[in-house]
Ligand binder design. Structure first.
Ligand code: NAP
Length: 361
């Protein structure tokens, strides 16, 4: 058994010297180094921005989406969407643990990987035959490799696996919101969550409340999403606005907050073009958490500069210590959030399926 690099650089095929996330191609060889773990893969959860891009690029054609995802994995040795640059995560069973692995995993444990698929060596052996290409969750088989500096969570036994997978995929958002809101005096921060009815958005609403926000504003795309949130107790105000329309978004958020911008704005949409609205909707001295993978660094940086906006802008690092447990705790403690989440995961799959059928008709 060979000795690996804790950051997985020994798995990089090209370009030389890159770390796995930036690599074009990884080596998913099933033989593990002495500090690696091999996972027998059961299901991938494609990142929302990645799935939306694939769905739109192929006009909802499930067969074409499936073929492209398979081609990406086979070509790159990982599920790293070259357009969005994002991946997702997976669940599976631990089937081999190197003697020097520090992850504390045991053979036979059911786990979710908490590191992105964009840096996880992956080989599938079923040609994705059980997936119709019409949902973010991909049942499959094959293997994936975790390095010494990877993270994985043992799946909870009180939640259905597909639900736990969806929660864990976005668990960095609520933990970061708790940290950022918690930096401000108790009961002082106003928070706006954009894309609030989605998975990371609804968890962020719950985290803002939990961290003692003074007022929580949920920005949603349409009345259907507004109705889903109404009565949940997760937000004080629900605002319907297109997050890609900066002037309208800012006007509506400001109105909900009695004329002021939000102290903390959390961007949880899965479409590009939401940077300027988020900047305009944030108070001077406020903080924006860009959790969305569709965020453009130049649009955010140059947009803030061009608007002379004195705001702190954070990239939503998917890792915050304790993030998985915190997200699961929020879900267990809040039945409305749990119901919203279940509806979201189940309905999203159904909606995508019918959308694809309409588009192909
Ligand atoms: P999600 O459940 O699909 O939620 C996205 C929400 O944004 C949906 O409610 C969607 O509404 C809404 N939305 C889309 N376009 C909008 C618009 N123009 N105006 C207002 N709302 C709009 O997605 P998610 O799983 O929470 O993921 C959200 C983002 O986080 C994605 O970009 C994903 O890639 C990213 N992400 C980041 C990390 C990280 O580590 N930073 C980890 C995982 C995911 P509809 O459903 O009606 O379209």
């Amino acid at each position: 058994m060979s000795t690996g690099s804790p950051v997985g650089s020994h798995r990089v095929v090209s370009p030389a010297g890159a770390l796995p996330q930036a690599a074009d191609r990884l080596d998913p060889d099933p033989d593990i180094a002495d500090d690696e773990v091999r996972i027998s893969v059961e299901r991938l959860n494609l990142d929302a921005a990645s799935y939306r891009q694939l769905h739109d690029a192929h006009g909802g054609d499930g067969e074409a989406i499936r073929a492209e995802v398979r081609a990406i994995i086979e070509r790159r040795g990982k599920m790293h969407n070259p357009v969005t640059g994002s991946g997702g995560m997976l669940i599976g069973t631990v089937d081999a643990v190197g003697p020097r692995s520090p992850l504390g995993l045991k053979t036979g444990q059911k786990v979710a990987t908490l590191v992105s698929l964009t840096l996880t060596p992956l080989r599938i052996d079923d040609r994705l035959a059980r997936w119709d290409g019409r949902s973010e969750q991909v049942p499959t088989s094959g293997h994936a490799i975790l390095f010494a500096r990877s993270i994985a969570a043992v799946l909870p036994d009180d939640l259905p696996e597909h639900l736990a997978l969806a929660v864990l995929d976005v668990c960095g958002a609520p933990a970061l919101v708790r940290r950022v809101v918690g930096r401000r005096p108790e009961g002082a921060a106003t928070v706006a969550v954009i894309g609030a009815a989605g998975k990371s958005g609804s968890l962020s609403l719950a985290a803002a409340r939990d961290a003692g926000a003074a007022q929580v504003v949920a920005v949603v795309r349409d009345e259907i999403e507004a109705a889903q949130l109404r009565g949940s107790g997760l937000a004080d105000e629900i605002v319907v606005a297109d997050a890609t329309d900066p002037l309208l978004l800012a006007k509506k958020v400001n109105k909900a907050l009695d004329g002021g911008g939000a102290d903390v704005t959390v961007v949880c949409v899965d479409v590009p073009g939401c940077e300027h609205g988020a900047i305009l909707a944030t108070a001077t001295g406020g903080t924006i958490v860009f959790f969305s993978m569709a965020t453009s660094f130049p649009a955010a940086a140059l947009g803030a500069e061009g608007l002379a906006a004195d705001v702190e802008m954070l990239i939503g690092n998917g890792y915050v210590p304790g993030h998985a447990d915190y997200a699961l705790e929020l879900l267990r403690a809040n039945p409305h959030l749990k119901d919203l989440f279940i509806d979201r995961v189940d309905h999203a799959n159904r909606q995508l399926a019918s959308l694809s059928e309409e588009e192909q008709a």
